[in-house]
Design a protein. Structure first.
Lengths: 244, 169
């Protein structure tokens, strides 16, 4: 029978080393490389027994620790064949290891501080004009600079429409929507809206799946034919569809 | 009308931080006077009888609720986009914020793990952006933080990043 032992998850080899140093309650400058290596290897073994998916970086650190340890045991005059060093972390001595650990600790502390900022910010709400999206207007230039719509952005917008569709009670309807019809419809709607329309507004809330898909393909086709443009006024903003 | 109430009205409408020079341009007023109005509004709203505050974020100004009101607000409103960044994402962001412009290899050396996936996510969420390429073998991409990064953490600018004792302390 398999049993579960709880072991904290480690972001990487440095995080694991830190955990061990903290557990041993030793000063980072006074770590014994032999001891820490032994503990490190022991933990790795435990993680393997728990079938944890071990990233290769953990192994690289293990090899690096062993290299540092063996170097310490050898008289200085004996060189170590370093030809495979490309595979290892560029850490040659305990001093370097300590330096790297300190650097990592520094940024881990910053990350902790950022976490506090994040949580604080979560408790602050800013206005959002629900539904009525107001974007900043720049009278000097229509902001076409952000035409850089990515495929994922478009997919996300489409998913939003689909999600809204799935919330509607659904009934079976005949598939009588053609892409050509939807193209006509979209152009007609956009003709009246010189300022463009939100992507989602092109899909009626009660639309059937067939209609949604036809409309989406119609939008793609119209973009390809350069009849309309799709753009975003701000990062993560709604996609705006406009007649060219 | 004096400019202060107009500045206040613009702030009320803004869904993202408004830069003072943009407000000044809109009002046809001097940026200096707009800044003065903003400072006054900031002070007035800081008083305990107000539930909202004037925040300075990413060099712009915006109204936001006070943290103390959060539990009440959450009773009535739901933030649909609520999520927290992973530890890996925060560590990576910390390194980029302090060391920018910085390459992927530099970040990986500090964290001791590969960061491709994290960089991808952070770029998608627009917390980081590419800032050209380093003049080094392979011309690796350089990364830096964005305005969205400042907004997410509620920072005025990069100088407001947490100041911690240096690496060796």
């Amino acid at each position: 029978m398999e049993y579960q032992v709880s072991l904290p998850t480690f972001e990487g080899p440095f995080a694991l080393l830190f955990h061990l140093i903290e557990k041993a309650e030793v000063d980072i400058y006074e770590i014994s490389i032999a001891e820490i290596t032994a503990q490190y290897l022991e933990t790795l073994q435990m993680m393997q027994e728990l079938n944890l998916d071990l990233a290769s970086e953990f192994m690289v650190m293990a090899a690096t620790l062993l290299k540092i340890k063996s170097k310490k045991l050898l008289p200085e005059s004996v060189g170590i064949d370093d030809e495979d060093d490309d595979e290892l972390l560029a850490i040659e001595s305990q001093e370097e290891l300590v330096q790297r650990l300190l650097e990592y600790r520094y940024f881990r502390n910053v990350a902790e501080e950022l976490r506090r900022y994040e949580q604080e910010q979560k408790r602050v709400f800013v206005r959002s004009l629900a539904g009525k999206k107001v974007v900043l207007i720049n009278p000097n230039q229509p902001d076409f600079s952000h035409t850089g719509i990515t495929l994922s952005g478009l997919a996300a917008a489409f998913e939003k429409v689909l999600a809204a569709y799935q919330r509607q009670p659904q009934e079976v309807a005949p598939d009588d929507f053609s892409v050509v019809e939807q193209m006509d419809y979209i152009l007609r709607v956009l003709w009246q809206k010189k300022g463009g329309l939100e992507f989602t507004a092109l899909f009626s809330p009660s639309a059937h799946l067939g209609e949604i898909i036809a409309s989406f393909v119609a939008i793609l086709e119209l973009v390809r034919l350069r009849k309309i443009v799709v753009w975003q006024s701000q990062p993560f903003g709604d996609l705006i569809v406009m007649k060219r | 009308m004096e400019i202060k109430p107009l500045v206040e009205a613009l702030l009320f409408m803004a869904e993202e931080p408004l830069p003072p020079d943009k407000i000044a341009e809109t009002l046809g007023a001097k940026t200096k006077d707009v800044r003065k109005a903003l400072r006054e509004l900031q002070q007035e709203y800081a008083a305990p009888e107000h539930g909202i505050q004037v925040m300075e974020i990413a060099k712009g100004f915006q109204f936001g609720t006070k943290p103390a009101a959060a539990p009440i607000i959450e009773k009535l409103f739901k933030d649909e986009k609520s999520f927290s960044l992973s530890q890996a994402a925060l560590e990576t962001l910390a390194i980029i914020a302090y060391r920018q412009p910085v390459t992927k290899i530099d970040i990986e050396n500090i964290r001791g793990v590969k960061v491709d996936a994290v960089l991808n996510t952070l770029e998608k969420r627009r917390f980081i952006r590419t800032m050209g390429r380093k003049d080094a073998p392979g011309r690796p991409i350089l990364y830096g933080t964005t305005k969205e990064f400042l907004r997410y953490f509620g920072l005025k600018d990069l100088n407001e990043l947490p100041r911690l004792p240096s690496v060796n302390e």
